[in-house]
Design a protein around this ligand. Structure first.
Ligand SMILES: [Zn+2]
Length: 85
């Protein structure tokens, strides 16, 4: 592992993140309108498939992009401290 955020499942067709993937469980046939014999379904591109691909996470799974940590990271250090009140 290359020290990033690990790997996550993704759609083999459109590379959608795991949050867009739907794991079909036995008994959920009502949702199987596309390729009922496939276990996974991508809500982004509407494709069913047997197993998701894996890829490296690009962002931490628990952030929406607007959290404090990423804001601080993108700020210039000069803005964070020093200076007069
Ligand atoms: Zn997809």
């Amino acid at each position: 592992m290359k020290g990033g955020f690990g790997v996550t499942n993704c759609c083999p067709h459109c590379d959608a993140a795991a949050s867009a993937l739907y794991k079909r469980t036995p008994g959920s046939e009502a949702n199987r309108t596309v390729d009922p014999d496939k276990d996974w379904f991508c809500r982004d591109c509407g494709t069913a498939f047997d197993d998701p691909d894996e890829r490296e996470r690009r962002t931490p799974a628990n952030t929406g992009g607007g959290d404090l940590a990423s804001k601080l990271e993108s700020m210039d250090p000069a803005d964070l401290g020093g200076g007069e009140a």
